[in-house]
Design a protein around this ligand. Structure first.
Ligand code: KIV
Ligand code: ZN
Length: 513
């Protein structure tokens, strides 16, 4: 990597996976990691192996099965964490261990209850231990932006002397502002004698909406790795957005003068895949990947773009993977055409998954004249999710109308046993939810419900997202259908299945960050 190259470190599978309700199955993580490899990120932080058996397994499988990027596992600066990360990464062609410890006085006193010297020793020991397993070791002084600068320089110098090849500066609580953060990176380069033996990385959170701006300011002052996530997801308000950082550096090459290896044409496919698997919609006005990011609505803008594109466009939609032309599939299209188009959209299905997706495609193609990309994404998303199906919705009948009491009857398979229930409600969705809740004996609370049309026209597919909670555990479910009551019920049953999975997982889980 020459001095003018920027390393893109993706932490969607680790930091973004900490987003409430966004947890993924091992198979879903693998699917995202394969897509990140197609996007050609430099490093994939695949998870936090000690945090759960599932996370360990996801990191292990990604390390064994995903080629191209370096695969990284997170570890607190504790011997058991480093050991677990090393075990999960054993099969990787290029492994990185990322170890961290809080260094601000707030963290030392308020969480770790340790002295500055003790924490410095923890950092050095963890880096040395990690170096015993792999060459590529990253160290993060957590909450760096609220750490006493003199102590930060001392810890960074010691971590590099112990063998860290990347020093990551996290703005853990999103406290930094761009000018100050840039100056902080410049000061590290000036004050830490051995800093040139390591790559400086940044990891910015978006609590004040400045994560991308802070990351870019750091690049101007010598940082050469950015930690970021697809769709800016992550703990609380999220992390710096990968698509924004990449496109800013590419579009403003004149200003940043940095090379980035990411294949930007894969950005939209990656964004859509992450959004669907995590069940978190992308805001229409989200930079680069939002539905409106390349839509021109004012007459003056439309006129300008039609005459000369760059009047109102600084990036070409094709550069981020948006096609001007859409292949329209119909009921006459074959399995191969479906597989090809899904591949272009970032879903690489084969075997039983493809067969199921094709059956679903034909069902929809029979109801609609044309099946658009959004229909396909919805279908593929439905087929590749792998959540244990404790509850299966087998039958639904809902009645509503002016002057009638809305009611619903459902037949639910619960652990293989059929349960039939009926209920009345405030509307047909409410009635269906009550009937499902009675059949499942779930006792959950609906916290959020949203519905949107994923395609246009009166035969549009409706996509419902519902968030439920029980005893402080949350889960999100998603359902798709041309019938909105069915979509709502599927989303609710999906949320119940995910809730079961989360409850089981949290019982196995050890302490996380
Ligand atoms: O935000 C943070 O500080 C982190 C560290 C583990 C790098 O996610
Ligand atoms: Zn973070």
């Amino acid at each position: 990597m020459d001095a003018k190259s920027l390393i893109i470190f993706d932490t969607t599978l680790r930091d973004a996976e900490q987003t409430p309700g966004a947890s993924l199955t091992v198979r879903e993580k693998l699917e995202i990691a394969q897509q990140l490899a197609r996007l050609r990120v430099d490093v994939i932080e695949a998870g936090f192996p000690i945090s759960s058996h599932e996370d360990f397994e996801a990191v292990r499988r990604i390390a064994n099965e995903v080629n191209g990027p370096a695969i990284c596992g997170l570890a607190r600066a504790l011997p058991q964490d480093v050991e677990r990360a090393a075990a999960a990464l054993a099969g990787a062609a290029r492994a990185r261990i990322h170890t961290f410890v809080g260094t601000s006085a707030i963290h030392l006193r308020g969480q770790l209850r340790k002295t500055a010297d003790e924490v410095l020793r923890m950092a050095v020991t963890a880096v040395e231990q990690a170096r015993g397993f792999c060459e590529d070791v990253e160290f993060s002084p957590m909450d760096a932006t609220r750490t006493d600068p003199a102590y930060l320089y001392e810890v960074v110098e010691a971590a590099i002397a112990a063998g860290a090849s990347t020093i990551n500066i996290p703005d853990t609580v999103g406290y930094a502002v761009p000018e100050q953060f840039g100056a902080m990176i410049a000061a590290l380069l000036e004050r830490v004698p051995n800093i040139h033996q390591a790559v400086i990385s940044v990891h910015c959170h978006d609590d004040l909406g400045m994560a991308t701006a802070n990351s870019l300011a750091a690049l101007r002052h010598g940082a050469r790795q950015v930690e970021c996530t697809i769709n800016a997801l992550g703990e609380r308000a999220g992390n710096a957005s990968l698509e924004e950082v990449v496109m800013a550096v590419k579009t403003r090459q004149d200003y940043f003068g940095l090379q980035v290896g990411v294949t930007s044409r894969e950005l939209i496919a990656t964004s859509r895949l992450v959004s669907r698997l995590m069940g978190i919609a992308v805001a229409p006005n989200k930079a680069i990947v939002g539905g409106n990011a390349f839509a021109h609505s004012s007459g003056i803008h439309q006129d300008g773009v039609l005459k000369t594109r760059n009047t109102f466009e600084i990036m070409a939609p094709e550069d981020v993977g948006l096609d001007d032309t859409e292949i329209v599939l119909t009921a006459r299209s074959g399995r191969h055409a479906l597989q090809h188009r899904l591949g272009e959209l970032g879903y690489h299905l084969s075997g039983a998954d493809l067969n199921k997706a094709y059956e679903r495609f034909l069902e929809i193609a029979d109801k609609k004249k044309e099946v658009y990309d959004d229909d396909l994404l919805a279908i593929a998303g439905d087929e590749i999710r792998q959540v244990p199906q404790k509850y299966v919705l087998e039958y639904l009948h809902a009645i509503s109308g002016t002057g009638t009491v809305p009611s619903a009857t459902v037949r639910l398979r619960v652990d293989g046993r059929e349960v039939l229930e009926s209920a009345c409600g405030d509307g047909p969705v409410d009635a269906a939810y009550m009937a499902i809740d009675q059949a499942a004996k779930a006792g959950v609370k609906v916290e959020e419900y949203s519905i949107r049309a994923v395609t246009s026209g009166s035969q549009a597919l409706g996509e419902v997202m519902v968030r439920v909670s029980k005893n402080g555990v949350n889960s999100k479910g998603r359902g798709i259908s041309t019938d909105v009551i069915e979509a709502s019920s599927k989303a609710y049953v999906d949320a119940l299945n995910r809730l079961e999975m989360r409850i089981e997982r949290s019982q196995q889980q050890t302490e996380t960050v």
